[in-house]
Design a protein around this ligand. Structure first.
Ligand code: BGC
Length: 515
């Protein structure tokens, strides 16, 4: 298979080095992840702070006080409060579609800037909230911010990065997400001791937002987007600057070809539903769905609640949440170093297997202790073993589905469907983040320990899905991805001849250049 040879040889390699300019640029852009991570991490803690509940959700607070049931599975099940948490994800879902149009027509930079600005307004509204209305409107602004950032940052990173380190640079986004979550956990830990601490927790979100807004003003636009918008000369200069060489003709020509193909497309939304984009549509839809069905956000949102339920005691439960947050950051580093060396598939498969085993162990341990009626608690030794397995699970996610959930969709789409594909990825991700946040506590109440087996079953399904359907994409330039599909046992039947795919890129539909 021609494409197989292409991939084995590492794909087409353009001349160029990894420049400081590209590293700094990607670092600034990855700040977008900090916003998302900060929000993921801050909300669970804030909604368990007493003064916050008394002020905005007195009914919920009263219910908690009145609840005298001993069934640990069914404590904390309150829809109003979870709706507050998850409203942000619905706003992000809607915003991602607007962001796709902004990114395509005006570039990736304005999308990132707008993302930062929305988030800033949201953080301020929340920090200074005097009533529930301000709180909810603030959440909606935060959601718009997340939608804009998550749509534009991953594709910005994938377009800026040279193919051979694209994985590592793109994972900068996930790295910032995990740092945001950990930072938020620590801030909550500190502020929970003060009456108005929740204001600080919510308001501090303004800091990464300002960083992103200011940073994005100084960022350069990607050559792909410049060419797409007709700014050819500027695009070539930019490409030379980010690759650190004047000899960028070949890569430049491929970008121009990709852009020409893209310009023939009238409606990118309709386009991605065409047969030839079936693999992109499949992965941009299933990857975010599966990412959320790993059950990771059960830990991210509800770790303090979960650890309390499991008998860790109040402070201990928060510390355990910080431990899982720390494992999340460190394990993400593993993927930074491995993703371009060992590839995406290996990380997906190893991560999947490790998550599966850990979830089964956690399910069995909780089942044996709490049984069906939910009464019981762990002794110190058992609680520690449980914590180890939860950390093993978080680590596995952090080097597989976490970063790859953002990397793969952003790199597999050709220019003409990239903003649309990424918007679908964000929207589906947000929808299921919302769904899990909304139903987890009810699910726990009804499924009991079986909930861990439920997620384990999904992890098994997604691992099989990857094993059979996802081709390796490491080292393949983004505008050359069609050869990967062409050489895949399943997807090749959806691929038209190559010259039809990218006007004039190669004349030979059989053999992609191996160098
Ligand atoms: C996911 C989030 C998750 C986070 C955990 C991200 O990739 O999209 O839903 O909370 O990873 O680190």
């Amino acid at each position: 298979m021609a494409g197989g040879a292409y991939i084995e040889s590492g794909g087409r390699q353009y001349e160029g080095k990894v420049t400081a300019f590209v590293l700094i640029t990607c670092f600034v852009a990855a700040m977008g992840g900090l916003l998302f991570g900060y929000d993921l991490g801050i909300t669970g803690g804030v909604t368990s702070m007493e003064p916050f509940l008394v002020k905005f959700f007195p009914v919920v607070y009263q219910q908690m006080l009145d609840d005298s049931s001993t069934n640990q599975y069914c404590k904390f099940d309150n829809q109003l409060l979870t709706l507050f948490t998850s409203s942000l994800y619905l706003a992000a879902l809607i915003a991602s579609f607007f962001a796709a149009t902004t990114s395509r027509l005006f570039g990736r930079k304005p999308s990132m800037f707008l993302g930062g600005l929305f988030f800033l307004v949201g953080a301020l509204l929340n920090g200074f909230a005097v009533n529930v209305e301000m709180l909810i409107i603030g959440r909606i602004f935060l959601g718009f911010g997340v939608g804009y950032c998550n749509q534009s940052v991953p594709i910005y990173l994938s377009e800026m990065a040279p193919a051979k380190i694209r994985g590592a640079l793109n994972i900068g986004f996930q790295m910032m997400i995990t740092i945001g979550i950990l930072g938020a956990n620590l801030i909550n830990y500190a502020t929970s001791k003060y009456k108005n601490g929740w204001r600080v927790s919510l308001g501090v979100g303004a800091v990464p937002a300002v960083l992103l807004c200011v940073g994005s003003l100084f960022l350069e636009e990607t050559p792909n987007s410049l060419i797409e918008r007709g700014q050819h000369v500027k695009a070539k200069t930019m490409l030379q600057k980010i690759r650190g060489t004047n000899n960028v003709d070949e890569e430049y020509q491929d970008l121009v070809d990709a852009s020409e193909a893209a310009s023939k497309v009238e409606n990118p939304w309709k386009n991605i539903t065409r047969r030839r984009y079936r693999p992109q549509l499949t992965f941009c839809s299933f990857i975010p769905f599966f990412q959320q069905l790993t059950g990771i956000n059960v830990i991210m949102f509800y770790a303090p609640v979960l650890f309390t339920i499991l008998g860790f005691g109040n402070d201990a439960s928060l510390m355990s949440a910080v431990i899982t947050g720390g494992v999340n950051v460190i394990a993400t580093l593993v993927s930074v170093f491995c993703v371009d060396k060992f590839g995406r598939r290996l990380l997906f498969l190893e991560g999947g297997a490790q998550m599966l085993v850990s979830q089964i162990v956690v399910g069995i341990m909780i089942g044996m202790k709490f049984g069906l009626n939910g009464e019981g608690s762990f002794n110190k030794g058992e609680a520690d073993i449980l914590l180890v397995f939860i950390c093993l699970y978080v680590a596995a996610f952090a080097w597989s589905w976490g970063p790859l959930g953002w990397l793969v969709p952003s790199e597999i789409c050709s220019l003409e469907v990239r903003p649309a594909g990424q918007a679908i990825n964000v929207a589906i991700n947000m929808f299921f983040t919302f769904g899990i946040a909304q139903v987890f506590l009810s699910l726990l109440c009804h499924f009991k320990f079986g909930l861990f087996f439920f997620f384990a079953a999904w992890v098994l399904i997604m691992t099989i899905f990857i094993a059979f359907l996802l081709p390796e994409t490491k080292n393949v330039p983004v505008e050359e991805m069609h050869y990967v599909w062409k050489s895949h046992w399943f997807w090749n039947k959806y691929m038209p001849e190559c010259e039809d795919l990218v006007a004039g890129a190669y004349n030979n539909s059989e053999a992609a250049p191996s160098n």
